[in-house]
Design a protein around this ligand. Structure first.
Ligand code: UD1
Length: 402
């Protein structure tokens, strides 16, 4: 797999990727476009695989409404086919109107490249609102550029806090939220955190979880994928593991102890481990790939959804998977000391098991014997979060034009 690095864009390379002003694809026209009224121009920014899952239902909803036109910008933070194109295809996302092609690099390099390349785009197009989702570097950089240009920012999944500044995502969340004009919270803790930070309540909207919109839409389709047969698995008789946080995978000794813990668990049931590129690099470097686990490439959205839906247990350090397992009623052990998604513990199937491999194994074996149940789906995790977001934005246009 080819690894790309961030290079400072020259003026000419920036111009090359920007569409010309007379390009018919400047903003997408919804099918029922109302020509009498000027549509509200949205620029949606995505960069990494979880962003695609969250933005897809919002764009689909925007496409249904005559009040909106949108333009989709992919920063190129994720670029491998399995981390990007597969998601676009499976989610039915339109191809990005512009790819900033920032590639991999340090956090500063990624954010700086997004900022330089996006500034030209936003200056040329002047959308009414820039939409950013989640907490990746592209999210923060997109919010910064829009805010500096005086363009209102809408942040979807606002207010989540791990209260752990060592997590790069926590910085991204804090910066994005402080700059945003519309803060769309997925769970009540998000609203409470924003209020505690002094964000005016008029800017905060509790709308629910867009990732669950996507899950509900694609659950049946995912069930038709052949991933269980392909990997030789029986429904409800395997565990799924994912690991990609720098705190878990960047230290060789810690990573080795986590892989050994999973190996130990695999004596009780098969453990499937779709390996993120960052983790694969570290595992290869440490000679950890011959480990008795079922290692796969990162899976696409549909196969991964089927895999988690029918797992007996999921062990993860991801954010979104904690939410998906809550709705799927699958036991989830989060291999972290904290979570920014407390509702998945209060109401869902998630349990924080920390980073000590012995305690994790203990918790995993306990969970196999006594799997937790979700109490009730969290409020507004009902497949309609995107519609609520577009309602809020549509109301805002209505108010500003009256
Ligand atoms: C990023 C997000 C993280 C999110 C995760 C989902 C930040 C700070 N982190 O982490 O919050 O949970 O995405 O996957 O924004 N690589 C490839 N192909 C790709 C992309 C990356 O091979 O398409 C490799 C490169 O070696 C790269 C490494 O993965 O250096 C890390 O990628 P990067 O986007 O920097 O961070 P993630 O770990 O994916």
């Amino acid at each position: 797999m080819q690894r790309r690095t961030v290079q400072s864009p020259t003026i000419s390379s920036v111009r090359r990727v920007i569409h010309r002003a007379d390009d018919p694809r400047i903003y997408r026209q919804p099918q029922n476009h109302d020509v009498a009224r000027r549509p509200f121009l949205l620029t949606a920014i995505v960069g990494a695989s979880p962003n695609f899952v969250k933005m897809a239902p919002i764009l689909e909803e925007a496409g249904r409404r005559s009040a909106f036109q949108y333009r989709l910008i992919h920063t190129g933070q994720h670029y491998s086919p399995e981390m990007s194109a597969t998601f676009f295809d499976e989610l039915g996302m339109p191809a990005a109107d512009l790819n900033l092609e920032i590639g991999s690099g340090s956090h500063t390099a990624q954010a700086a490249a997004v900022m330089l390349r996006l500034e030209t785009e936003l200056n040329d197009r002047r959308p009414d609102v820039v939409l950013v989702v989640g907490d990746v570097n592209s999210t923060m950089a997109g919010a910064l550029v829009a805010s500096k240009l005086g363009i209102p920012v809408a942040h979807i999944e606002a207010g989540l806090r791990s209260f752990d500044r060592r997590m790069p995502e926590e910085t991204n969340r804090l910066v994005t939220d402080v700059l945003s004009d519309y803060l769309f919270a997925s769970e009540p803790s998000g609203v409470a955190n924003l209020l505690a930070e002094g964000i005016p309540k008029e800017k905060i909207f509790f709308v629910g979880n867009v990732m669950i919109d996507t899950l509900m839409k694609f659950r049946d389709k995912a069930a038709q994928t052949g991933v269980l047969d392909r990997l030789g698995l029986n429904s409800r008789n395997y565990a799924v593991a994912t690991l990609h946080r720098p705190s878990n995978v960047d230290g060789m000794e810690h990573l080795a102890s986590l892989v050994n813990m999973l190996k130990e668990l695999s004596r009780h049931l098969p453990v499937v481990f779709p390996v993120h590129p960052r983790t694969r690099e570290r595992m290869q470097g440490a000679g950890l790939t011959e480990c008795g686990l079922i290692l796969t490439e990162p899976l696409g959205y549909l196969e991964f959804l089927r895999l988690t839906s029918e797992a007996r247990l999921v062990l993860t350090d991801s954010g979104g998977i904690q939410e998906e397992t809550t709705i799927l009623q699958v036991a989830c052990l989060t291999m972290r000391e904290n979570t920014e998604r407390p509702i998945t513990i209060e109401q869902g199937t998630n349990r924080l098991v920390g980073t000590d491999p012995k305690k994790m194994l203990h918790a995993a074996l306990d969970t196999l014997n006594a799997p937790p149940q979700s109490l009730a789906p969290p409020e507004f995790w009902d497949g309609k979060a995107s519609a609520r977001i577009l309602d809020v934005l549509e109301n805002a246009i209505f108010k500003s034009s009256n």
